[in-house]
Design a protein around this ligand. Structure first.
Ligand code: NDP
Ligand code: MG
Length: 380
C-alpha cells in the first residue's frame, strides 16, 4: 500500500484523476510535474503541498516560482528536474502519467530507487520494455499498470504463480469513434471527429491513437513486455461497451475477466492500494443496467496502425521505438492540422521502412532510433 506519491504529468487527464484518488485515499504528495501548465500546477501545489513542483518548460517554471513564492513548495525547471521528482526519497510510488517517450529516463531513475511504478505512460514500455522490466527485476521495483486493460490483466493474474499457465491475453478495444467504417470513410475523418471518443475522456494524443487503433497496437506491445509473452499469445477483440476491461485465458480453458464502469480512477486506485483494495466511493457497476456486451474482430484493413504495431512487435529490437517515435511525431502533425488522418499510418510505415532496426538495443540505441524515426516523419 502506498503512502506518498510523486506524479509525473500531474496536470493531464491521468494526473488529475490520480490526485482525486490521492485525496480519497489520504495519500501525501511529494512531487508534481508537468510541461508548461503553470496555472493548473499552482492550484494543485496549493491544494496538495508537494515538496517539489517541476515544469519542464523553463519560462513556465519561472512563472510558477513567482506564483508559489509564498509556499513551501520548491520549483524546478527543465528535463533533468523530472528525474529529481521521480527519485525524491519520501515517495514510495511514482505515477508515470506524462505522455510520450519523455517518460523513459525518469521511469528508469525511479526504478533504480526501488519505487513502485504506477505506470500509465505506455510509450516507455513500448520503446524500452525489455530494459525497463529487466531494471525493475534487478532493483526489485514493482511495476503496477494503470492502463485499464493491463490493470485488468494484472488483476486476473493475481494468484497465478506460473506464467506458463497463461495461454492468451485478450485485450479489449472500444473500436474508437470510427468503428465500422471502411478505409476510405476513415480517411475523410477530421481532427474534430478523431477527438470524440465514445467512452473515455483522455488527453489529445491518446485520443487520436484510439481513433487510429495505434493505441491498441501500443497496448499489445505493452502487454507483451509486462507479461513477457510473445505476440501470438496477445489478442485483441473489439468490445464497444468498455465494461470488460480485458481477459486472461488459461491453459485449462478458464477465461478470467475484470469488469467495471469505464472510469480510470479504478485502475489508478488499484495501483495505489495493491495488493489490497478498500472501499471506493464511485458508482458500482450495475449489470442489469448494462447494455448487452458484444465482441468482434478488429478490422486491420480499415485501421492499418494495429497491423503496423503488430509487425513491429514481431520484429523486436528497436522496431517498436521506431514505430512509437514516428507515431508521436505524426500525431503531433495531425493535431497541428498539418497532415490528414491516413497520413499517420503512412508516415509510420515510411519511418519503419527507412530506419534500420537494431536487435538487443542499449538505451542510447533506443533513443537514437526514436530520433531517427522522428526525422523520417519530418522528411529531414
Ligand atoms: P495528457 O495529455 O492529458 O497529459 C499529459 C501530461 O504530461 C500533462 O501533465 C503534461 O503537462 C505532461 N507533459 C506533456 N508533454 C510533456 C513533456 N514533453 N515533458 C514533460 N511533461 C509533459 O495525457 P493523458 O493523461 O491522457 O495520458 C498520459 C499517459 O497515460 C499517456 O502515456 C497515455 O497513453 C496514458 N494513458 C492515458 C489514459 C487516459 O485515460 N487518459 C488511459 C491509459 C493510458 P502540460 O499540462 O503542462 O502539457
Ligand atoms: Mg488502455
Amino acid at each position: 500500500m502506498t503512502n506518498t506519491i510523486s506524479i509525473l504529468g500531474s496536470t493531464g487527464s491521468i494526473g488529475r484523476q490520480t490526485l482525486d484518488v490521492a485525496e480519497q485515499l489520504g495519500l501525501r504528495v511529494a512531487a508534481l510535474t508537468a510541461n508548461s501548465s503553470a496555472e493548473r500546477m499552482e492550484e494543485q501545489a496549493r491544494r496538495f503541498r508537494p515538496r517539489l513542483a517541476v515544469l519542464t518548460d523553463e519560462s513556465a517554471a519561472r512563472d510558477l516560482a513567482v506564483r508559489l513564492a509564498d509556499t513551501d513548495t520548491r520549483v524546478s525547471g527543465g528535463f533533468a528536474a523530472l528525474e529529481e521528482a521521480a527519485t525524491l526519497a519520501e515517495a514510495d510510488t511514482v505515477v508515470t502519467a506524462v505522455v510520450g517517450m519523455v517518460g523513459l529516463k525518469p521511469t528508469l531513475a525511479a526504478i533504480r530507487e526501488k519505487k513502485r511504478i504506477a505506470l500509465a505512460n505506455k510509450e516507455t514500455l513500448v520503446c524500452a520494455g525489455q530494459l525497463v522490466m529487466d531494471a525493475a527485476d534487478r532493483y526489485g521495483a514493482e511495476i503496477v499498470p494503470v492502463d485499464s486493460e493491463h490493470s485488468a490483466i494484472f488483476q486476473c493474474v493475481q494468484g497465478c504463480a506460473d506464467r506458463g499457465e497463461i495461454k492468451r491475453l485478450i485485450l479489449t478495444c472500444s473500436g474508437g469513434p470510427f468503428y465500422g467504417m471502411t478505409y476510405d470513410e476513415v480517411g475523410r475523418m477530421t481532427k474534430a471527429d478523431a477527438l470524440k471518443h465514445p467512452n473515455w475522456k483522455m488527453g489529445p494524443k491518446i485520443t487520436v491513437d484510439c481513433a487510429t487503433l495505434m493505441n491498441k497496437g501500443l497496448e499489445v506491445i505493452e502487454a507483451m513486455r509486462l507479461y513477457r509473452l510473445p505476440l501470438r499469445q496477445v489478442d485483441v477483440v473489439i468490445h464497444r461497451q468498455s465494461i470488460v476491461h480485458s481477459l486472461v485465458e488459461y491453459r485449462d480453458g478458464a477465461v478470467l475477466a475484470q469488469l467495471g464502469t469505464p472510469d480510470m480512477r479504478l485502475p489508478i486506485r488499484y495501483a495505489m492500494t495493491y495488493p489490497n483494495r478498500g472501499e471506493n466511493p464511485a458508482e458500482p457497476l450495475d449489470l442489469l443496467a448494462c447494455p448487452p456486451l458484444t465482441f468482434a474482430a478488429p478490422d486491420r484493413e480499415a485501421f492499418p496502425c494495429l497491423r503496423l504495431a503488430e509487425e513491429a512487435a514481431s520484429q523486436g529490437g528497436t522496431a517498436c521505438a521506431i514505430l512509437n517515435g514516428a507515431n508521436e511525431e505524426a500525431v503531433r502533425l495531425f493535431l497541428a492540422d498539418r497532415i490528414g488522418f491516413h497520413d499517420i499510418p503512412r508516415l509510420v510505415e515510411k519511418a519503419r521502412g527507412e530506419v534500420p532496426v537494431v536487435q538487443n538495443p542499449a538505451l542510447e540505441e533506443i533513443l537514437a532510433a526514436d530520433r531517427a524515426a522522428r526525422r523520417a516523419v519530418l522528411g529531414k
